[in-house]
Write a protein that binds this ligand. Structure first.
Ligand SMILES: C[S@@+](CC[C@H](N)C(=O)[O-])C[C@H]1O[C@@H](n2cnc3c(N)ncnc32)[C@H](O)[C@@H]1O
Length: 508
């Protein structure tokens, strides 16, 4: 699918990682989650003292399976898994998306997206996915078809609870209530969703006028409600028991009675876990180094406070990438990882050259002890750089640490055998330790790389004369012949070779 938003990515993630999905894609989560807490608690109350008898539920209208899973969880929790959840839903387009609401057309995306989900069959696939990954395939039984056709197939009093949440137009709700009332057992419950306002709270004429619409505003209170549900429930039962829009009635004798169940105090509202992983963005840390860290879906998002308020639920993946690239958003899997990434971002960018320059500057000031850590840091970042290793060797040498200095020069030469400075440095160490024959060999290497370095050629000639090393003397003389034929050392060099002044002139 096209990855437009964070939500789309999360939907794809759930589909390919065996996780239930009840987010905004296809409006998979329908209705208010708090209603599910009451649904569960009513099953708990009904299942008390059942003596092991199965508890059977029938649901009209299942969409992505949110309520079906709540019922299944409740049966497993409170009736040892004994019972079934029968789901009736055609999972086919059943409404005209342009005629559902009084909202302006541009605010009716929900109906267009639901229509698309039904037409493409994607919502049925999501239902099957959610049931499977929640591990309730064993007790959830989907019937693909309309309640009109399927309800008559069940015998009287067959179910302990029937939940009506199908087509919300007045005629359909009323039909469902009639069909469902018959199949609820004595003492059982008939309940449903989306009763925001009871008929008694509304202007009857206004409701009649809009009874085939899905969701409209009450002109008196401006509260939004489902007119078809309010009217059908009001006509069928009169006043019903209702908690946050979830309503229920008990079948007793020849009639229906309200259900005595208290409103839950906020600390006792327990939402089923398949709905909680879909919670809205939650601020978990405020002002962490200028970022607010928000937990949303499977990630933590650190949003720079400079951004002002950000709605992650609506953010497109492209916009997210942009603010990430600009450093205004940092994303991590956990709070710790996100904080760590922020910390890394805020450390000024490190560069090995910065440490090398610092080391060299300190060496120039004679502060060799302070130069070493800077050079070691540069080596950590650029371990194969011969210039850094050479500088470190010199600093160590100046500090009298000849063994480590030698190691450093040799490491520089392993990386770059054509580094004349390193050969000279190595030669100096050898001289310092009286290893002259070794030293002259290193100077020969250096001279072949840098024959114009007067200091080096002088050292080669001088050491050659001292050691009576003919090759060193000759090479020194050859170099001077090109760079400085009148250098004071040339006479001595020529004499040592027993040559006349003319013989070597001009030769390299
Ligand atoms: C509001 S949704 C149900 C939401 C679901 N109970 C939940 O809480 O997640 C309404 C559902 O009713 C279904 N529906 C529409 N007409 C129906 C009919 N005649 N019989 C059964 N279901 C129907 C729709 O396909 C849709 O899935």
């Amino acid at each position: 699918m096209l990855m437009d938003s964070i939500e789309d990515r999360y939907y794809s993630y759930c589909m390919s990682n065996n996780k239930p999905y009840f987010g905004k894609v296809m409006w998979a989560l329908q209705g208010l989650p708090i209603r599910h807490a009451y649904m569960e608690r009513l099953v708990e109350a009904q299942c008390r003292d059942r003596g092991g008898r199965p508890f059977h539920i029938l649901e009209i209208g299942s969409w992505a399976g949110g309520s079906a899973i709540t019922w299944a969880e409740a049966i497993k929790k409170f009736n040892k898994g004994k019972g079934q959840v029968v789901c009736i839903d055609p999972w086919k387009l059943y409404f005209d998306p342009t005629k559902c609401s009084d909202l302006p057309q541009d605010q009716q995306a929900v109906y267009r997206e639901m229509a698309e989900a039904l037409s493409s069959r994607k919502i049925f696939d999501l239902f099957l996915h959610n049931i499977r990954v929640s591990k309730h395939e064993d007790i959830i039984l989907p019937f693909k078809g309309s309640s009109d056709n399927i309800l008559p197939l069940f015998g009287d009093g067959r179910f302990d609870l029937v939940f009506v949440d199908g087509d919300h137009s007045y005629a359909s709700v009323l039909k469902d209530l009639r069909g469902a009332g018959r199949i609820v057992c004595e003492g059982g419950l008939l309940c449903g969703d989306d009763l925001e306002l009871q008929l008694s709270q509304l202007d009857g004429e206004y409701v009649q006028l809009h009874k085939e619409r899905d969701y409209i505003a009450d002109p008196k209170t401006k509260e939004r409600f489902h007119p078809g549900v309010s009217l059908a429930v009001g006509e069928y039962f009169g006043e019903v028991s209702v908690w946050e829009g979830f309503w229920a009635m008990r079948k007793q004798g020849s009639g229906w009675h309200q259900v005595d169940f208290p409103r839950l105090p906020p600390d006792q509202v327990e939402l089923p876990k398949h709905l909680t992983c879909q919670s809205p963005p939650e601020l978990v840390k405020e002002n962490y180094r200028g970022y607010n860290i928000v937990h949303y879906l499977d990630r933590h998002y650190a949003l720079a406070q400079a951004l002002g308020p950000v709605d992650l639920t609506k953010m497109e993946e492209k916009s997210l990438e942009k603010i990430q690239a600009a450093g205004f958003c940092v994303v991590g899997k956990s709070l710790e990882e996100t904080e760590c990434r922020i910390d890394q971002r805020l450390v000024p960018e490190e560069h090995p050259d910065k440490h090398l320059s610092k080391g060299v500057a300190l060496m120039r000031q004679g502060r060799f002890g302070q130069a070493v850590p800077a050079l070691l840091r540069a080596i950590e970042m650029k371990p194969h750089d011969p210039a850094i290793r050479n500088s470190l060797g010199i600093a160590l040498y100046k500090l009298g640490n000849h063994a480590e200095a030698e190691q450093s020069f040799r490491a520089a030469l392993r990386e770059a055998p054509d580094n004349a400075d390193a050969w000279v440095s190595l030669s100096n160490i050898c001289c310092e330790q009286g290893r002259y024959t070794e030293a002259v060999e290193y100077l020969k290497e250096a001279a072949s790389l840098d024959p114009r370095d007067a200091e080096l050629i002088t050292a080669l000639g001088t050491l050659g004369l001292n050691l009576k090393d003919e090759e060193a003397i000759r090479r020194s003389l050859q170099c001077f012949a090109v760079t400085d034929p009148n250098h004071p050392l040339t006479r001595e060099l020529r004499e040592a070779l027993g040559e006349s002044p003319v013989a070597t002139e001009g030769a390299v």
